[in-house]
Design a protein around this ligand. Structure first.
Ligand code: HEC
Length: 96
C-alpha cells in the first residue's frame, strides 16, 4: 500500500504536472538562464514581468495578437506549448 502511494506521488509530479524549469530550458538561450536579458536586444527583461503578464504575452504570441517586430520568432518558440505549459513556464519566470 505504501509503495503504491509513493509510486503514484512520483508519477504525479514527473508525468502529469508541467515542469516550468524544464519548459524554460530552450528559452534561456535568448532570454538568459534567469530570464534577465533583453532577448536578441529586443524583448523586455521577462523576469521583471508578472506571471499574468508573461502568460498573456505568450498566449498572444501563439494567437498572433501580441508582440513587436520579432513576434513571428516567439510564435515559433511557443507554438508547441499548451495552455497548462504556458502557465507553468510563466509562473516559473515570474517567480525569478
Ligand atoms: C531565438 C531567441 C528566443 C527564444 C529561444 C525565446 N525567445 Fe522569447 N523573445 C525573443 C524576442 C526577440 C522577443 C521580442 C519579440 C517581439 O518583437 O515581440 C521575445 C519576447 C518574449 C516575451 C515578451 C517580452 C516582451 O518584450 O513583451 C516573453 C514573455 C518571452 N519572449 C518568453 C519566452 C519563453 C517562455 C521562451 C521559451 C519557450 C522564449 N521566450 C524563447 C527571443 C526568444
Amino acid at each position: 500500500m505504501k509503495k503504491t502511494l509513493l509510486l503514484a506521488a512520483l508519477l504525479g509530479t514527473s508525468v502529469f504536472a508541467a515542469d516550468g524549469a524544464a519548459l524554460f530550458k530552450k528559452c534561456a538561450a535568448c532570454h538568459g538562464i534567469n530570464g534577465e536579458k533583453h532577448a536578441l536586444g529586443k524583448s523586455k527583461v521577462i523576469n521583471k514581468m508578472a506571471p499574468e503578464e508573461i502568460e498573456t504575452a505568450l498566449n498572444g504570441y501563439k494567437e498572433g495578437t501580441y508582440g513587436g517586430s520579432m513576434k513571428a520568432l516567439m510564435k515559433g518558440q511557443i507554438a508547441s506549448y499548451d495552455a497548462e505549459q504556458i502557465k507553468a513556464v510563466a509562473e516559473y519566470i515570474g517567480a525569478k
